[in-house]
Design a protein around this ligand. Structure first.
Ligand code: SF4
Length: 327
């Protein structure tokens, strides 16, 4: 069963220079209890996808298409109903963990408020003593040392790694069906990143959540995910099983991303770097959006934009997989 199903999803932003399409007709499924890594460079639309699903786009954002959360169409859901889905249905961990917490409230009070939301939505009464126990249990699930002491502190008295664990614990208290983690380690010290990634994977398995893990790093995605969705310039470039993708990346962009990290089947001694930069949304190349950077580009790639082709159970947007290609 799919927890989230995205179909023909496009996101536009109104800017002083005109309207730009930052996500273009994206289709993707997020199976219940599984992890999908959403991977792409900066400006690929990966974070926008998370914000669109939670309907937390800035007011300049316009969304078209369909986002289904189980049987509920989120894009037409009244704002009040959407607030009910957010948190206890879909919880989003932001890139900057500090932005999720109130700087002038103690951690304990903030976690208690989150817990209260869950109890109110279930129309149950929260007993403060058992609430505190529940909070301590979640803090120990996220392996936070000295949870009794930490509960009494304010956010500014804690490190980025501690805060990120607290935000994850807050998510666990709400018991969401879907957790979206938007680059959850990018603001953290390198030494803490691996711990938080391992923790996310462990919690996803223990809690049976559907996890959407947004990252620019294919190596990180491969460590936590069952499937990967590769985005480039707002378009899906490849979608499929993570093991198969790492073993045999189909899209030239995925191949480039994979060569950029020194592990796996692409280990060749010297670190490869993808040439060029992603295009500007105001100046998209004609044809395939990846053509200025693609080592395999041929005539057709500069005239037409490729559709999505099936290769086994995987999907790839590249003419190299078009069986009718005669060019
Ligand atoms: Fe490269 Fe052409 Fe495939 Fe685009 S369609 S990725 S330019 S080969």
């Amino acid at each position: 069963m799919d927890a989230i199903r995205v179909k023909g999803l496009s996101v536009y932003y109104r800017t002083p220079l005109g309207q730009v399409k930052v996500l273009d007709s994206v289709d993707a499924t997020f199976e219940e209890g599984k992890t999908v890594g959403v991977v792409g460079e900066s400006g690929s639309g990966k974070s926008t996808l998370g914000f669109a699903i939670t309907r937390l786009l800035p007011p300049t954002g316009i969304t078209k298409g369909s986002i289904r959360y189980y049987d509920t169409e989120l894009l037409s859901l009244p704002a009040k109903k959407m607030r009910e889905v957010r948190g206890t249905g879909i919880f989003m961990i932001m890139q900057d963990p500090f932005s999720s917490l109130n700087p002038v409230k103690r951690i304990k009070d903030q976690l208690m408020e989150a817990l209260l939301v869950k109890y109110e939505r279930r129309k149950e009464t929260l007993d403060p003593k058992s609430g505190e126990k529940e909070i301590l249990k979640r803090l120990s699930d996220v392996k936070l040392p000295d949870p009794d002491l930490v509960m009494l502190k304010y956010p500014h008295q804690l490190s980025g790694g501690q805060i990120q664990r607290i935000v994850i614990a807050m998510g666990l208290l709400l018991e969401p069906k879907v957790m979206i983690a938007d680059e959850p380690t990018s603001a953290l010290d390198v030494s803490i990143q691996a711990q938080v990634i391992a923790l996310m994977k462990e919690l996803q398995q223990n809690y049976g959540m559907t996890l959407i893990f947004v990252t620019h790093d294919l190596a990180v995605a491969s460590a936590v995910s069952d499937k990967v969705l590769i985005l480039y310039a707002g378009r899906t470039m490849e979608f499929g099983d993570v093991g198969e993708t790492i073993k045999q990346p189909l899209h030239p962009y995925t191949q480039g991303l994979l060569k950029s990290f020194p592990s796996g089947s692409y280990k060749e001694g010297r670190l490869f770097s993808l040439k060029g930069m992603p295009p500007s949304f105001f100046d998209m190349p004609a044809g395939c959006r990846f053509n200025p950077r693609c080592p395999y580009a041929f005539d057709r790639c500069f005239k037409e934009e490729p559709g999505v082709y099936g290769v086994g159970d995987r999907l790839v947007r590249c003419f190299l997989y078009d069986k009718s290609n005669k060019s």
